[in-house]
Design a protein around this ligand. Structure first.
Ligand SMILES: NC(=[NH2+])NCCC[C@H](N)C(=O)O
Length: 423
């Protein structure tokens, strides 16, 4: 896709962006759970990365309450599907989205041709639904042939995207740029085609400069933590790869978005799929962290090797040479890069079993609305008590159904604008 042309009617892109995890939150993108969750069955839920089969109506209620809690604090809530529908009003965006959705090698030309025509005739809202909830073999009314005969009736021709709920992962704002991420799990790959389209074609975002991209090495937004202006921690584990963080670091240095990237190895397990499942920032110098990993978490500080060179002399991002320090304890490396005496850890309970349970239920996955104000799942009683004891105001939300996809308030939100931190 080509670089977007600035639209004079659009607000300047510089009004968007974030340079920390805790600056006052102004605008956020959420995805209200919809028909894509109704596609989950006990046979496909593992592949689709859900640990259970959510009760969709209740999940919607819980999500509406989450959105309301944000609006009550004057946060502007944008919905991903609404942005997508508005984007799809443009012919070029529709064609792009349709072509991208039909590239799968499972379709065959007969079905691909039929679906292309069918989707072209759909309204923008219908197209949004087909692109997010998917299309099952037994739902088509044409294009019949070998493929439709031999696939099972409940096989998907266009896969549903139940993990759209976790808007954190498919894009990340770093200062005034948006990174389109590259998701590693097959069930989530298509999500970034949609976020790329929105940030490229939606009038509201036209002119926004992008970094990374869904063709690049894997980086997922849940692994990216803006610890402080200029300091970004990136988890490397089940999702983000070593090559992903290397590419990401070069790009943020090239665009002068950060001076240090901390590459943080995390266990390649479902329970710790992203860095934000084990820690998130709740204040400028406080992080809620899973105690069972706190002592072993390390970081490799990555900086530019030619820090004295001016940007214009730097050429391509790929030419930048990186300096990679030895691994050291995460909290110490983070504090040094952030220029503070200590990054204080608030942990999820000293009893390792309670900590493990609350970690699994996203106790460490809080969304800061401002320094010392964080949204958290109400069920993580011990973690929330400890947050309050440390002076953090906890905005509690229900998540009995939302949590079945293994994601908390941070995963379910993509901050588009946060106030810069006071200096
Ligand atoms: N940032 C996060 N922790 N996101 C959680 C994503 C959960 C989702 N079911 C997945 O496995 O991908």
């Amino acid at each position: 896709m080509t670089e977007p042309v600035a639209d004079p009617a659009a607000p300047p892109a510089a009004t968007y962006g974030a340079d920390s995890e805790v600056g006052r939150l102004r605008t956020v993108v959420l995805h209200r759970p919809g028909p894509e969750l109704k596609r989950l069955t006990p046979r496909n839920n593992d592949k689709l990365l859900f640990d259970g089969i959510p009760w969709v109506a209740r999940a919607q209620e819980e999500h509406d309450a989450f959105a309301e809690a944000l609006r009550d604090r004057d946060v502007e809530v944008l919905y991903l599907t609404q942005l997508l529908t508005e984007t799809l009003e443009q012919e070029s965006a529709r064609n792009h989205a349709i072509n991208a959705a039909l590239t799968g090698l499972h379709l065959g030309d007969t079905m691909r041709g039929y679906l292309a025509g069918f989707l072209r005739d759909a309204s923008p809202a219908e197209l949004t639904e087909y692109l997010t909830a998917g299309i099952r073999n037994d739902e088509v009314r044409g294009g019949f042939g070998l493929v439709t005969s031999l696939l099972a009736s409940d096989d998907f021709l266009v896969d549903p995207l139940p993990n759209l709920l976790f808007t954190r992962d498919s894009s990340v704002w770093v200062r005034d740029r948006v990174a389109i991420t590259s998701l590693s799990m097959p069930a989530r790959k298509r999500e970034t085609q949609l976020t790329e389209l929105i940030y490229t074609e939606h009038p509201r975002f036209r002119g926004t400069r992008r970094i990374h991209g869904w063709h690049s090495e894997h980086v997922e937004g849940g692994d990216v933590l803006l610890l402080a202006p200029g300091v970004i921690a990136v988890g490397v584990g089940e999702r983000t790869t070593p090559a992903g963080v290397e590419r990401f670091a070069r790009q943020v240095f090239h665009a002068d978005l950060a001076h240090t990237v901390l590459a943080v190895p995390i266990a390649q397990e479902r329970a710790t799929m992203h860095l934000d499942t084990v820690c998130t920032m709740v204040d400028v110098d406080k992080i809620v962290m899973y105690p069972n990993v706190a002592d072993s978490l390390t970081a490799y500080a990555v900086t530019l090797d030619d820090a004295g060179t001016s940007r214009t002399e730097r050429g391509d991002a790929g030419d930048l040479s990186l300096r990679v320090a030895e691994a050291e304890p995460f909290l110490a490396a983070a504090a040094r890069a952030m220029g503070i005496d200590a990054l204080h850890q608030i942990d999820t309970g000293l009893d390792p079993v309670t900590a493990e349970r609350e970690q699994w239920d996203d106790g460490n996955n809080t969304l800061a609305l401002a320094p010392r104000v964080a949204v958290a799942y109400e069920r993580n009683v011990e973690t929330n008590d400890r947050l309050e004891a440390a002076g953090i105001e906890v905005v509690r939300i229900a998540g009995s159904e939302l949590g079945s996809g293994r994601g908390g308030p941070r995963c379910m939100s993509c901050p588009v604008t946060r106030d810069p931190l006071p200096v």
